[in-house]
Design a protein around this ligand. Sequence first.
Ligand SMILES: C[S@@+](CC[C@H](N)C(=O)[O-])C[C@H]1O[C@@H](n2cnc3c(N)ncnc32)[C@H](O)[C@@H]1O
Ligand code: SF4
Length: 415
Amino acid sequence: MIPIVPVDASTQPGEPATRHDISHYMRRGTLQLAALPPLSLYVHLPWCLKKCPYCDFNSHEMRAQDLPEQRYIAAVVADLEAALPLIWGRTIHSIFIGGGTPSLFSPASIDRLLGDIRARLRLEPQCEITLEANPGTFEKDRFRAYRQAGGTRLAVGVQSFNDAHLAAIGRVHDSAQALAAVEEAAQAFDTFNLDLMYALPGQTMAQLEQDVATALQFAPPHISIYHLTIEPNTYFAKFPPVIPEDDTAYAMLDRITELTGAAGLDRYEVSAYAKPGHRCKHNLNYWQFGDYLGIGAGAHSKLSFAHRVVRQVRFREPRLYMEHALAGNAVAQDADVARGDLPFEYMLNALRLRFGFGLRDFTERTGLAVTAIAAALDEAERKGLLERDFARVRPTERGFDFLSDLQALFLSNTD
Ligand SMILES: C[S@@+](CC[C@H](N)C(=O)[O-])C[C@H]1O[C@@H](n2cnc3c(N)ncnc32)[C@H](O)[C@@H]1O
Ligand code: SF4
């Protein structure tokens, strides 16, 4: 999942952001960044066969045969070309093709998309290229074809292996399809991720344990496990299901960490568990406050320049996005991050990591002196929410359990 970040709306819906030439981003500003961070590329493919009742992602229902695959890829490539001056000379550290349901797109389309990206950008030699895939959208050998197209990592949206729970959360697939998809992912890719959710409607601890045990049978190198959250403006917000009590959900999370730990998966981020050497490079770059160019409908970008950090958002509605992107104007919002917002934005990401962050990294990524967060660090340490030495800061067990309280301490810090 992409970390959600606040963005100042600088334009009205439907109206492109002012198109700046490159000198706009290079002009003097309030920050002084010593170096630019690694740069990742995110590509959003915004369609799904059916909207899940809990989902607030930018995903829109579409029948597979109606997908405008070629027009959409042309729009994404036009979007990339218009953005090139902002990332001139920089190397791409990782690519993530997310959605929506990217596996609705044919392997030939993914091949074309990756070819068009490679023709325009220099990729790091070991560039991680992840594709999100849903069970129920794949036929035999499709995953192998994504591998041949250049994908190096597959993220399979399993959610659960229990038919009753899959039905309760409105998934289009059943457990047999989930099992088949994971089996094929394990065969086709050296590294892959399973997305699971817990605290599902009617789920008991024993059923959760069964889901985790089934997942672990495939020896996954990486698992992401999310607590089902009821997001505003979703079907579940209007018609809430009965979900396990908070205490049960906390106990479930402890059990997940125990079971995955015993299988050699380390909880390196709030929701992410990996075997050594299989951490997700792309998501790590978000959490370490690296840069990302997000192209595709509704995609978010964060880009650093010598004197500013900029956030952009593309048009969200796919039809509108394609029109604007093909006209060279996909950006709906474009704003500098205010100097005073940088500490909180940094902590929203970095404190999700079990191993925390280096104080030098904070300064390098935000252009701010450590004094900008000194008072908040002291308070968090006094409250037992984080521990530190002269070089590093990391959340304690308690800080990890009360993460939003810890992050909130950095809210109003300006220097
Ligand atoms: C961007 S979604 C898309 C992945 C893919 N389309 C799918 O649903 O399988 C990535 C993951 O976020 C998680 N997710 C989405 N909405 C959620 C919610 N309301 N609560 C918890 N996890 C959620 C799911 O595990 C999902 O696989
Ligand atoms: S398949 Fe994934 S992206 Fe699509 S609606 Fe369901 S949760 Fe959202």
